[in-house]
Design a protein around this ligand. Sequence first.
Ligand SMILES: Cc1cc2nc3c(=O)[nH]c(=O)nc-3n(C[C@H](O)[C@H](O)[C@H](O)COP(=O)(O)OP(=O)(O)OC[C@H]3O[C@@H](n4cnc5c(N)ncnc54)[C@H](O)[C@@H]3O)c2cc1C
Length: 420
Amino acid sequence: MTKHETITADETRSAARHVDVLVVGAGISGVGAAYHLQQQRPNDSFVVLEALDSFGGTWLTHKYPGIRSDSDLYTFGYRFKPWVGAPIATAEEILTYMNEVIAENDLARHIHYGRRIQTASWDSATNLWTIEARVAATGEIDRYTAGFLWMCQGYYRHSEGYTPEWPDMDRFKGTIVHPQTWPEDLDYTGKRVILIGSGATAATVAPAIAADCAHVSLVQRSPTYFIPGRNANELADILRQLDIDETWIHEIVRRKIIFDQAEFTRRSFEEPEAVREELLTGVRALLGPDYDVETHFTPSYRPWRQRIAFVPDGDLFQGVASGKVSIHTAEIERFTETGLKLKSGEEIAADIIITATGFNLNVLGDIAFAIDGQPLDFAKTVTYRGMMFTGVPNLVWVFGYFRASWTLRADLVADFVCRL
Ligand SMILES: Cc1cc2nc3c(=O)[nH]c(=O)nc-3n(C[C@H](O)[C@H](O)[C@H](O)COP(=O)(O)OP(=O)(O)OC[C@H]3O[C@@H](n4cnc5c(N)ncnc54)[C@H](O)[C@@H]3O)c2cc1C
């Protein structure tokens, strides 16, 4: 759902500054857009407007323990900047990598932070977008005109995560935390923690906090497929031993990963049972023959119908095998004063409940769009290749892949925009 903040007619506006291209957001897509514009359209002027006070988007917003990518950085990294670390990276490592991209290419001068875009209006008489952004520091409105609007605003609201409404949540006497707004001072040492969720976030948080907590109870409505594996890339390691240039290593390893992933995806459609068995065998190997993998780690759907997360070094499963993390697969009936009551009848006590229950989807940045004075309802448009919308001129929207790294597609969309 979209939440538009309004700008009133009498608010102070700056004089409009014109750019050829205005990029919305300085996450991995927006910084990539800036790089590609500079390289491929050196004579075009552009600006990147970012609501937050720094770059990184997802990797800046999320600060929960263990925050890391769930795909490899050879493909989640840009095609133009070699990744030299372990394939699965922490948020901090990704921010360092992005900072290098900004510094090495002198992109900082194009990025303006603390500017939340609130309106974008297209005018067919001038063939221009007018964009208004609220400046966080002063509350004033910055105005721009642009020939082209490049939407790199991601797909969820950065200010708050999604927490379902469960019965009696207000009765719980402990602390409820959403990973997207993790309190810096949250002390979970020696505490009993319930972690609700079965996605990549839950799989990351559980092993990251388990050693310090008294116990972590992971409560999931239904299981998810995971790929446990070593956080290393053998091919990259071999190529490094051979003293191959990092640019080559990046390209070769990317191609190999893209090839392998395409093959894995093909097999998950054509021989889903075999793929399912392989995935479950990987989990069983870490949990031992007596663990109930059928109940807790066997999804009802075929592999790749939902995103599959890589679990580096199988850390989630090590936590389960050690007894520090227990998995409870059942729906939540209600919250209690001391924890949760599940529909299975089980009651779990906790001091802290973490709701790793996802995002508030928000695909176009909570911006009020208008075309020639008429409010734009994107639901009434049809997309062209998932990038452009019927009746919306000179606007491209970046949405990454579902079964491969986001940035692979962000790079491709960038080529398209620059050609266009
Ligand atoms: C914890 C986590 C882990 C993930 N791991 C992976 C992974 O391993 N592999 C993968 O492929 N994908 C992963 N994803 C998905 C991930 O979000 C994307 O891959 C990618 O980081 C998105 O980048 P982006 O730049 O498009 O959007 P974002 O990172 O969401 O950045 C968008 C930026 O736009 C800004 N913005 C939004 N609206 C406005 C506005 N109105 N005005 C100004 N600025 C605005 C935001 O403040 C933000 O900084 C992960 C997501 C999460 C939450």
